[in-house]
Write a protein that binds this ligand. Structure first.
Ligand code: FAD
Length: 288
């Protein structure tokens, strides 16, 4: 399949990219790793007249810790996230999640920024960012603003980003040392999107879960913040009863469509199963 005709731009700075987007047609799109956008262009599900490539913009690269917050540049690739000692030290769930995205070829090109900006409910990072309490930094002609990951997704491929805004970075408070984490992804084969997946981040104090947050992947039109599922386990040790409550709460908000990965009922059930598995593994890590 061949994409439609487009003009290609490769700005060297963020301000040049924002200027370009404000001057070009409204159907200009930024391109990061291209591993969601190019397939959509080949299928003619997207036909941008201009592509603004972010690859040469140094300001969008690298990860750092700044005033207790982890800051990940939008153009950090999934491969770089796996190899980053800084991210492994502060938020190891990112390495675990990036490692189950597709295959090395996709991960070499696909970026963390593109994965969260895309708005595909099958993308794995949005649920993780919801669990981490992350914010997305958006910059456009009107200046810079932050939008919580939990508020960013409005529907499949519909987000809170305004036309002409570029997602420049992802920021979240570094989880405390010794926190528990897990990303559980059910997929049919290596390289597949999730049938259902769950991210869990928790802390344990005196054998009881003190804080917990959970995000779900690919069981609704957007990633889901599973607040009730997390609340079901806070305050006690993790046991059969609290796991069952959390699973039921995750299933209750899941609203998947039937697809090649299974019926809606099956995928809904798997949202609960992945939640229980993620909680169990996160709790074991926090209490090891
Ligand atoms: C075979 C295959 C299997 C895959 N399997 C998985 C999987 O299992 N899990 C998963 O999560 N993903 C999967 N992906 C998708 C892959 O992870 C993509 O790379 C990712 O979703 C998008 O990142 P990108 O950098 O390639 O973005 P692009 O494809 O370049 O862009 C995607 C969209 O986001 C916008 N965008 C990108 N960056 C920015 C930014 N900084 N600011 C504003 N808008 C931006 C673009 O305009 C476009 O609309 C798969 C892809 C392929 C080809």
């Amino acid at each position: 399949m061949i994409p439609g005709v487009f003009d290609y731009h490769r700005p060297a700075s963020l301000s040049d990219a924002i200027g370009l987007l404000s001057r070009l047609d409204s159907d200009a799109r930024v391109i990061a790793g291209g591993h969601s956008l190019i397939p959509m262009m080949k299928l003619r599900l997207a036909s941008p007249s201009h592509l603004v490539d972010l690859a040469a913009i140094a300001e969008l690269k690298g990860a750092r810790v700044e005033a207790g917050e982890v800051v990940i540049g939008a153009m950090v690739t999934q491969h770089e996230a796996i190899g980053s000692e800084l991210l492994a030290a502060h938020a190891p769930i990112l390495r675990e999640t990036a490692a189950v995205i597709s295959d090395p070829q996709v991960r070499y090109m696909g970026t963390i920024g593109g994965n969260v900006a895309n708005g595909d409910p099958g993308n794995d990072m949005p649920a993780v960012m919801m669990a981490l309490g992350a914010s997305y930094v958006l910059r456009g002609q009107g200046g810079e603003r932050r939008v919580a990951a939990r508020d960013y997704y409005q529907g499949a491929y519909t987000t809170a980003a305004l036309p002409g805004e570029i997602l420049t970075a992802i920021r979240f408070p570094a989880p405390p040392a010794g926190h528990g984490y897990a990303y559980e992804k059910l997929k049919r084969k290596v390289g597949d999107y999730a049938t259902a997946a769950a991210a869990a981040i928790l802390t344990v104090s005196g054998g009881r879960i003190a804080t917990c947050s959970i995000g779900l992947t690919n069981v609704a039109e957007t990633a889901l913040f599973a607040d009730a599922a997390a609340r079901a386990v806070v305050g006690g040790a993790l046991d059969k009863a609290s796991l069952a409550r959390a699973s039921a709460a995750a299933e209750a908000i899941a609203d998947p469509a039937a697809d090649g990965r299974g019926s809606a009922e099956y995928r809904k059930k798997m949202a609960g199963v992945m939640t229980a598995r993620a909680l169990s593994r996160a709790f074991a890590r926090a209490t090891a």
